[in-house]
Ligand binder design. Structure first.
Ligand code: AHM
Ligand code: MG
Length: 339
């Protein structure tokens, strides 16, 4: 790219040309991006910054918290609460919503985040990230409660993630395609490095945790077995497999070169719809993937159409290259119909 475009320039341009980013939303995205820069600094320090290891606490999901989970959560809250853009925040790491204190101006947006996604990769120096989703408070509702957050993913005003890997990259949608910004550490600025990102419709690469194979539902087994059968099998082509165990890193690869990502329901915990969280992981990623021409379902329905019933709701996730996601979804629908 010959002329460097910063995140601010990109957002101002979107606001000016397309008029669909209100000023408050633009400023909110900039604050989130600034918080991600601070998290990136902590991530990079690693052992030198005493940020590795567990914090000795559990989050609302009963998962052991890493020090960086807590640091990233605090950075996002501190950065966002005084800006005047938000009414409240919700985080994968906090049991209930965080209201913007009365001493700060109140805004009309709601921010949700998974402060540090891929926690199991923190200590082993593998890519991790921050995922965020922005909703607008419904008109007319007084005060803020958890119910204000329970809007389907299709209502998101913006969504994105920041991946802390060999490069620190911010990936964003405001509902008009997907743009990627790389952090220029010397300048301290986000530089537009890919615009109008598109996921190829077909792929030969799948991402799933194969160690759960014995727990899968029959349509998942059918799909993966067909991929594994390769050129001699019904698909007539060889597939490659990747599993980073950081959703941000797996989705980043899919936005870059295509592929399918699956974290389906399985028999380990049959009463849970899946491992991943609808509000902090599935919705923002589904918004990005659809904006890049891909598809995202819970194996039966479009993720963005799902009506959330609680903040920490879990969901089955199938997303990425459109034809593959449609195939997996069809296998489930056919299997249900045959029952
Ligand atoms: P986290 O938000 O606690 O890090 O958990 C979510 C992560 C995803 O990033 C990733 O796709 C998945 O959990 C990996 O799970 P598993 O270790 O079961 O393969
Ligand atoms: Mg996560």
């Amino acid at each position: 790219m010959s002329q460097r475009v910063s995140l601010t320039q990109y957002l101002v341009e979107q606001q000016r040309l397309h008029g669909h980013i209100p000023q408050q939303l633009r400023l909110l995205i900039e604050v989130v991006a600034r918080a991600c820069k601070r998290i990136a600094i902590s991530v990079n320090k690693g052992a030198l910054g005493d940020v590795l290891g567990t914090a000795g606490s559990e989050n609302v999901q009963g998962e052991v918290q890493k020090k960086l989970d807590i640091i990233a959560n605090e950075v996002l809250i501190e950065a966002n609460e005084w800006g005047g853009h938000l009414a409240a925040m919700a985080s994968e790491e906090m049991e209930s919503i965080h209201l913007v204190p009365n001493r700060f101006p109140q805004g009309e947006y709601l921010l949700m985040f998974d402060p540090l996604d891929g926690s199991s990769n923190i200590d082993v120096n593998v890519s991790i990230g921050t995922i965020f989703s922005v909703l607008k408070k419904l008109d007319g509702s007084k005060g803020v409660s958890e119910d204000d957050f329970l809007q389907p993913g299709s209502a998101q005003a913006a969504a994105g993630y920041c991946v802390y890997g060999p490069q620190t990259t911010l990936v964003l949608t405001v509902g008009d395609g997907v743009a990627m910004f790389t952090l220029d550490r010397e300048q301290g600025s986000w530089v537009l490095t890919a615009d109008d990102v598109k996921i190829p419709t077909d792929t030969k690469e799948f991402a799933i945790n194969m160690s759960n194979k014995r727990h899968w539902d029959e349509p998942v087994t059918r799909y993966i077995d067909e991929c594994l059968a390769g050129v001699e099998g019904p698909r007539g082509k060889d597939f490659n497999m990747r599993w980073i165990a950081s959703m941000v890193a797996d989705v980043h690869r899919i936005l870059t070169r295509g592929g399918i990502f699956m974290y389906p329901w399985d028999k380990r915990e049959p009463n849970k719809a899946g491992k991943l969280r609808l509000m902090y992981e599935a919705n923002p990623m589904a918004f990005l993937v659809e904006q890049a021409g891909g598809a995202a379902t819970n194996a039966r329905q479009r993720i963005l159409d799902l009506q959330p019933t609680k903040l920490h709701e879990r969901v089955s996730v199938v997303l990425g290259s459109k034809n593959e996601v449609e195939r997996v979804t069809r296998y489930h629908v056919e299997s249900d119909a045959a029952k």
